[in-house]
Design a protein around this ligand. Structure first.
Ligand code: NAP
Length: 253
């Protein structure tokens, strides 16, 4: 077992399910202590159990990343218990049911921007403040192939929010690399979580649909997304700054 993150403290927002949960377990397998954050304590507890079952170390902090007070309290809680924060993966996200922009519900639009854009900004704001005073660190924002790289009818609001994540990532990378904080994004394509299922769609339906949409002919496995996130957070990516790593089976080509 490689130990790229031995002795490091890694925060994963949206760590109670999907990509975040899988990424948390992957970091723990490589020696990190992982802090998983999200709104649902039960889901977070499930991830902590999975990490323990894999022989790793983790704890959970409930937080809503759209609230400044929660984002600030989250980083403070990590530092209080662990003494420092080395890596942050800002993965919490929300996708509304697909709808053309002319029919998209205003509350759904606002929620996507709140979680995907404000949540990533607020998370970075407090993570950067800590890392600046403590010798640097690495931040990976989970963006999407839909946004900067691909436009998909029905996903315009989500795409706008994820294009903003990539823009925030690049600006933050430039602002903070001088202080030793490396900030990058990973942009997954359709991956094997409930988020990539259309309303009413089964996994078998999704497998059929993506055959014609993604050159590789399938959705991404969670190991494939997690390994890109771990690379971007690792010392091996030491010269990658403000990068937006596409992991999408060729969908954006
Ligand atoms: P998921 O299982 O729905 O994960 C999203 C996570 O975000 C949940 O654990 C949720 O936890 C958390 N979350 C939502 N709102 C939050 C808030 N206000 N505060 C804190 N946490 C919040 O979906 P996923 O597929 O793993 O998505 C993970 C990330 O990958 C997202 O940013 C998504 O946009 C991106 N992505 C996914 C795909 C895909 O095909 N799956 C493709 C490209 C990009 P709580 O409900 O407990 O808060």
């Amino acid at each position: 077992m490689s130990e790229r993150f031995s002795g490091r403290t890694v925060l994963v927002t949206g760590g109670g399910s999907g990509i975040g949960r899988h990424t948390a377990v992957a970091f723990a397998r490589e020696g990190a202590h992982v802090v998983v954050a999200g709104r649902d304590a039960g889901k977070l507890a499930g991830t902590v159990e999975l990490v323990a079952a894999a022989g790793g170390s983790a704890h959970a902090v409930t937080a809503d990343v759209t609230r400044a007070a929660d984002a600030e309290r989250l980083v403070a809680a990590v530092v209080e218990r662990r003494g420092r924060l080395d890596v942050a993966v800002n993965n919490a996200g929300y996708l509304a049911a697909p709808a053309p922009l002319a029919e998209l519900d205003a509350a759904e639009w606002a929620r996507m921007l709140d979680v995907n854009v404000t949540g990533v900004w607020l998370s970075m704001k407090y993570e950067i403040a800590h890392m600046r005073d403590n010798g640097g660190g690495a931040i990976v924002n989970v963006s999407s192939t839909v946004g900067t790289h691909r436009r998909v009818p029905g996903l315009g609001g989500y795409g706008a929010s994820k294009a903003a994540v990539t823009a925030l990532t690049k600006a933050a990378a430039l602002e903070n690399i001088g202080d030793g904080i490396r900030i990058n994004a990973v942009s997954p394509g359709s991956s094997d979580t409930a988020m990539s299922l259309r309303p009413g769609e089964t996994e078998a339906d999704r497998a059929e649909r993506v055959k014609g949409q993604i050159p590789i002919g399938r959705v991404g496995e969670l190991d494939e997304i997690a390994s890109a996130i771990l690379w971007a957070a690792s010392d091996g990516a030491g010269f990658a700054v403000g990068h937006d790593l596409l992991v999408d089976g060729g969908a954006a080509l």
